[in-house]
Each structure stands twice: as C-alpha cells, then as structure tokens.
Design a protein around this ligand. Structure first.
Ligand code: ADP
Ligand code: ZN
Length: 613
C-alpha cells in the first residue's frame, strides 16, 4: 500500500553525496592521476642510499619516508623507529624539504581526516536509517543516530486514505471506533456537553485481523494525521531510550493534534510488571512514561491513542484503568460472511473474471484471518500472471486457498469440521434451552469462530430487562441453560467433550450460591453458610460451616445441577428438529443472530405456531 508519504530526501543527503565524491577524488583518484611514479624500497636500501649520499631530498611523513635520488627518481619506504635518522640524513647532505609533497595545514588535515568522514557517516547513517525505518516499519536503524527521536511515522492525512469501507466485516469494532471519529470531527460537540472522550482504546484480537488497518481507517475517516509505532521498538533500545521515545512521540502528537497515535504490540511495553528483582527495568521505565504521558495530556485536544494487542490478559492492569485504555474493541477472526466481504474488498484491486463465487472461496478458507485472505487474493493474482492470463479465475482462488491454508493449518488454529459441528450443537444447546424456558430470543448473536479468549464458541447474551431480583425458578433455568451445551453434545453425539468446563464452573457457582447464600434449598433453608470475602474481585467466598455440612452442601449442589441437566436434556430431546436446523445453520454460517435464531425456531416448530394461531 502506498499511503506513506514519500519524504523529500533530506538536504543532508546531497551534502553527504557531494562530500563523498570530493573525498574519494582526493584520497584515491588524485594521487593516481597526478603523482609521479614512486618506487617502493626497503629500509635497508634507504640506509644504504643515504650512506652512499645518493639521496637529494627527503620527506618524512607520518608513516612513510618519501625521497628523491640525485637523478630525480622518487622512492618511498616504511618509517621505522630510527632515532639516528636525522643525524645520518644531515651527514649525508640530503636536503630536508617539503617540496615534493605539501604537508596539509593542521586544520585542513583535521577536517579531512576526521570531521569530514564523521559528517559523512552521520549523514549517510541517518539517510539509511530513515530508509530502514520506512522499509521495515521501524527498527534499530535510527537508534544510533536520532537518539531519543521516536520512530513514529507520520502518515500525512490526505495520503492515509484508508476508510472504514476498506475494512470488511468487523462491524462491531467499526461501530465502537466511529464514535472516536465523530469526536475528532467535532470535538466541540463533546466539550459543550462536558463529555470526556476516551483517551485510548485497545484493539484486541489475533494477528492479521485488521487492527492496524482499523486504526488507519479511524485516521482516514477523521482526516487527521496518523502516527504509528510498535511496542517492540521501545524495548530494543538502550536503557532510558524507551522512555525518551515515548516522551518524544507524545510531543510530536501534541503538536499535530488532532491526530491518532497507534501503538502496535503494546504488550511489549505494557506487560504485567512482575516485581521481580532485576526485571526488565527498561520496559518498566517505558511503561511508566507511557502512563505519565497518557495521564498528562488533555483529551480535548484531540489526541486519541489506539493500541493493539493479541494478549490482553498479559497487560499491566494500570494500562486499563479509566482515563487510559479504558475502551476495549474486539477485533476477531472473520466469520463466513466477513471472509467473503474481505475477499471482495481485496479482489477489487485485481482483475478478476465476473463469475467468481466468493462464498465458496470463503467457505474453503475457514479460519483464515483478514491478512491471510488478502494473501489468498494476491496469490491468486500471481498464479494468473504465472500462467500468462489476464484475469483471476475461480480456480486461481481455490488453488491459492490451499497454498495459504497449508500454512496456517500447521499453526493449528483451525477447528476440524467435526469439532466445528460439536461446537455448533453445543452453543445451540445453550440457546435452545434458554429460549424454551423464557419463550424469547435468548441470544444476541452466536459465533463459532475461535476467539482470542480461547473459547471455541461465543454467545452474546441479552437480558431484555435488567434484573436485580432473581427468582428461584429463574436461577434454576439459568443452571439448565448452562448445562444445555453439554446436554446437546450427549444427545446428538452420544459423547461429551471438554468444551463445557466453563459452563460447569458457572453452573456450580450459581448452584452453590443458591444453597449457601440465597437460602433456596429445602434442606438448609435460610442459613448463610458461605460469605463473600471480596465482592469485587471475582467474588471469592469462604465456607462458614461444619465439615459435615460442607459435605452435604456438595451433595445438594450435585443434585440441583443434575436435575437441571435432565431438564435441559429433555427440552432438547423434545426439540430435536429445531436443534438440528439451528445447529446446521450455525455450522454453515458460523454466526447466527437472535433474529435468525427465532426465525428458524418458529419455522421448524409448526405445532406451536398452529397452537398460537
Ligand atoms: P493486525 O494489525 O490485526 O495484525 P493488519 O491490520 O496489519 O492486522 O492487517 C494486515 C492486512 O490484512 C491489512 O493491511 C489488510 O490488507 C488485510 N486485512 C486484515 N483484516 C482485514 C479486514 N477486516 N478487511 C480488509 N482487509 C483486511
Ligand atoms: Zn458452553
């Protein structure tokens, strides 16, 4: 992509070139062209000639002796530690002169031998380091020279040119980020109301899903400059350099506000401070500087910091506090529709035949990231060129899917079809049990693309009304819903998987709370047997009862969950056609919305529709 504005070659560069030419000429060419023939002899020969008084003139240089014999022929020899040389030369009657080669003035020689090469080196060094930074997206190149200058690359606004339209799929992320765009367009509007814009947003997702692209698109949409730097660039430096770079980056950003600052791989600096002695001091200093800068600047100026990571759990909590990266934007792997859209976006840039079935290509590329899909299109174009064709064909696309997929399947990120099927039934199991208990849309959206969190499926729940008080029945229904995933696996495949571990945890926690804190069991009644020790951090509890009671609690919990599991199993059994239809849809589309869910549920449930109608 050519959005980087090509910087004008610095003046320095031309100076350096000119100087290089002069020096080369002086030191290499000029002597060859203008100096007369010189014969090299050894020192003993020189001594002999001195003794024989055959030498007319002698010139001592710092590492050689140049001398002329009486016939005017020139010789040279290496200089040796010879204390009596002057005396012998005097005795020989030779002339000590500097006529043959003029000694340079000390200032000139200093200039030529030291200052010039130095200036040259710095000039060239800076030029090449700039080049390096441009090419490699930053790096160690400039470390030697522009000490403390950040590598943040300025993408001048009109040339960023990337818009949200260039980012396919990722609607959720675009929605969140469009608020930032709006703010950058019209900061007054927010200021007048007194609304504070977030200073930073954290883009979270696996590599190649378009986080950088989204950040650029925010800058493009808002028509503001875009600075980008990678977290790893901060830490590959000498101690103290990272912090200086952060300071410099923010200084630049403040001058160019409103603007976007994008920090890629923020976990490289923002990793948890583990408090180990002799830990990475440099990183810690850099992180502290970043925190200080983020707290220090006034968000109303319009500097918005976007950071990207694929390991959000490893970030130092200090980074996530309010006023810092307090907004989290999930950027996940694309589902089928998303993949198709991404393929289309990239296919716009190449010549293709008209009849390409992008849906089929997207299907074949299950699990591919945006970057891999972009690669697939490019690979297809290369294939067409190799075969001497003018347009990319369906076969090119399909072939290159295989080439690219072979690469990433090794990385083991893609679910097998069978796994995908199990996950589809599992997720629909939850949703169907929930729907049958409340007779309303149980989910906003289910996706069966592996998530950053490690979950294979993902269900966005919607609670239509916010509940403060839950009835015993509602809690039991929730437990049944948690067990619905496992129940579906058992019902359809006759075997169970590890996919339900989180469900089991949640169900157990809820069931325990019902018994030990909410007084909802017949056996124990209203006795508090557990106390919440930390209401905020995960709700740890401590048991406050006899060991024997604890055993019985366990037994009651087990029974409660088992009963709800049986209920869920029965619901699914009674709704098997719906379960199949819904799971099939989810398996094929990888995503199902609440609306689609209810639609299919109603279509496959004629008896209820009839009864209602
Ligand atoms: P990340 O920063 O998440 O690692 P990038 O933004 O660098 O990913 O993506 C690399 C390239 O992959 C982009 O320049 C673009 O060509 C392509 N790409 C990734 N995601 C998308 C997307 N959602 N839509 C269009 N192209 C994408
Ligand atoms: Zn589950």
């Amino acid at each position: 992509m050519n959005e980087v504005k090509k910087p004008r070659k610095p003046l320095m560069f031309y100076y350096a070139l000119a100087l290089l030419a002069i020096v080369l000429f002086n030191s290499l060419l000029a002597p060859l062209l203008f100096s007369p023939q010189v014969t090299e002899v050894d020192y003993s020969e020189f001594m002999r000639m001195t003794q024989q008084k055959r030498i007319a003139e002698v010139m001592l240089q710092n590492n050689q002796i140049i001398f002329k014999d009486s016939a005017g022929k020139l010789y040279n020899t290496g200089l040796m530690n010879d204390p009596e040389l002057t005396q012998r030369l005097y005795d020989s009657g030779a002339k000590f002169s500097s006529q043959i080669i003029k000694e340079m003035s000390p200032i000139l020689s200093l200039l030529l031998s030291w200052i010039l090469p130095l200036v040259l080196m710095i000039g060239l060094g800076q030029y090449f380091s700039k080049k390096l930074v441009e090419k490699a997206g930053g790096g160690a190149g400039s470390m030697m020279f522009g000490m403390g200058k950040s590598n943040a690359k300025v993408y001048v606004k009109s040339t960023t040119g990337i818009k949200f339209d260039d980012v396919a799929g990722e609607d959720e992320a675009k929605e969140i980020l469009s608020e930032i765009v709006d703010f950058l367009h019209n900061p007054k509007k927010y200021e007048e109301i007194g609304a504070k814009m977030p200073k930073g947003a954290l883009l979270v997702g696996p590599p190649g899903t378009g986080k950088t692209l989204l950040a650029k698109a925010v800058a493009g949409e808002a028509d503001v400059p875009f600075f980008s730097i990678s977290g790893s660039e901060f830490v590959e430096m000498f101690v103290g350099m990272g912090a200086a770079k952060v300071r410099d980056l923010f200084k630049q950003a403040n001058e160019k506000a409103p603007c976007i600052v994008f920090i890629d791989e923020v976990d490289a600096i923002g990793g948890k401070r583990d408090g180990r002695i002799g830990g990475n001091d440099e990183r810690e200093q850099t992180l502290n500087q970043l925190l200080t800068e983020m707290d220090g600047f006034d968000s109303s100026k319009g500097v918005v910091i976007l950071a990207a990571t694929n390991r959000p759990e490893s970030l130092d909590p200090a980074l996530l506090r309010p006023g810092r990266f307090d907004r989290r934007v999930p950027v996940e792997l694309p589902d089928l529709q998303g993949r198709e859209a991404i393929l289309r976006v990239h296919a716009r840039k190449v010549q293709t035949q008209d009849n390409i079935d992008y849906n089929a290509v997207a299907r074949a590329a299950a699990g591919a990231s945006g970057a891999e899909l972009a690669n697939i299109v490019n690979e297809a174009a290369l294939r067409a060129v190799r075969d001497g064709r003018r347009k990319v064909t369906q076969a090119d696309m399909e072939e290159s899917v295989e080439v690219i997929i072979a690469g990433y399947q090794k990385k083991n990120r893609v679910m097998s079809d069978k796994e995908k099927m199990v996950v589809a039934y599992h997720e629909i199991g939850h949703a169907l049990v929930a729907a049958r208990q409340s007779e309303s849309a149980p989910v906003h959206k289910i996706t069966i693309i592996p998530r950053t969190s490690g979950a294979l499926g993902y269900t966005m729940q919607v609670d239509e009304k916010e509940h403060f008080l839950l009835t015993k029945e509602e809690l039991e229904n929730k437990i049944a819903t948690y067990t619905g995933g496992r129940a579906a696996e058992a019902l359809i495949f006759g075997q169970i998987t590890t996919g339900a571990s989180n469900d089991i945890e949640q169900a157990t926690r809820l069931a325990r709370a019902m018994i030990t804190r909410y007084g909802m069991s017949e056996e124990f009644g209203m006795v508090a047997m557990e106390q919440l020790t930390n209401q905020y951090l995960g709700g740890d509890t401590t048991l406050a009862c006899a060991a024997d009671t604890a055993n019985r609690i366990d037994e009651v919990v087990r029974k409660l969950i088992a009963t709800q599991y049986d209920k869920a199993y029965k619901i699914l059994q009674d709704n098997k056609p719906q379960l199949h239809a819904l799971a099939k849809f989810l398996y094929e589309q990888e995503t199902i919305t609440g609306e689609e869910f209810m639609d299919i549920l109603h279509r496959t449930t004629p008896q209820i529709a009839a009864a209602q109608g």
